[in-house]
Design a protein around this ligand. Structure first.
Ligand SMILES: Cc1cc2nc3c(=O)[nH]c(=O)nc-3n(C[C@H](O)[C@H](O)[C@H](O)COP(=O)(O)O)c2cc1C
Length: 218
């Protein structure tokens, strides 16, 4: 059975990110074991840059939740990173986790550039479920760039799947009916005639999450 670990950077319950995660989970749950972790509920210290991981092959920080989480990350076949886009990036609780990934790799500074060698071979699917207020998915590009880089750092056998959900400003917006969007859009100063198309697009996005969950669970 596939192991799926969802690292969820949501900061509000029942937000748009949660809807993306729910659909992904529903798609996967019959075939995979799934653990869904809310990053903000963990006690994760920030990486202090001591670089001892280069010597001891694990993070030197003890006493927080990283060691348990690191074991789960290493075991997972599919790692889902779900986040609202905050200032073109992932939310802060998720960034704390990402920085600690430094301890999964040996890093060498060479004349040709920085060389990364994971301590163990990684062959995982990385999934990004990203929700943003902007109508233009360019706001999520720094996160996608980071994970393209991360995929390379962890080795060529890793794969990246991205779902970008745009124009989602208020809570539960992605699950609103067409009528609710027609009522909402003028308040957000968004053209009302976009509501119909957005309703269909939101439905498609949720379906995409479900189907990706299913595809990666088998
Ligand atoms: C602190 C903060 C920063 C944000 N920065 C961006 C941004 O840079 N680009 C964007 O498109 N949306 C931005 N947003 C909007 C959220 O990404 C968007 O509303 C998202 O759908 C929220 O997801 P949630 O419902 O799961 O909380 C920001 C929201 C907050 C609170």
């Amino acid at each position: 059975m596939k192991k799926i670990l969802i690292l969820d950077g949501s900061t509000r319950k029942q937000g748009n990110t949660s809807s993306l995660v729910k659909q992904f989970t529903d798609g996967a749950k019959n075939n995979a074991s799934i653990e869904h972790i809310l990053a903000k509920d963990l006690n994760i210290d920030y990486c202090n840059g001591c670089l001892r991981c280069n010597l001891i092959k694990r993070c030197s920080i003890l006493g927080d939740d990283w060691n348990d989480l690191a074991a789960k990350i290493l075991e997972a076949d599919v790692l889902v990173f779900a986040s609202p886009i905050y200032f073109h990036y992932v939310s802060a609780p998720l960034k704390l986790i990402i920085d600690r990934f430094r301890s999964f790799v040996h890093v060498q500074i060479t004349e040709e550039g920085v060389k990364h060698t994971p301590w163990v071979k990684w062959e995982k699917h990385f999934v990004l479920l990203l929700s943003m207020g902007s109508s233009n998915a360019i706001d999520a590009q720094p996160v996608i760039d980071l994970f393209e880089y991360m995929k390379g750092v962890m080795g060529d056998n890793n794969r990246l799947h991205v779902i970008k959900a745009t124009r989602l400003a208020v809570i539960k917006q992605i699950t609103k009916s067409k009528e609710e969007l027609i009522e909402l859009y003028p308040k957000l100063k968004i053209r009302g005639d976009l509501a119909g198309g957005d309703f269909l697009r939101n439905k498609t996005l949720l379906k995409d999450c479900f189907e990706l969950g299913y595809k990666l669970s088998i």
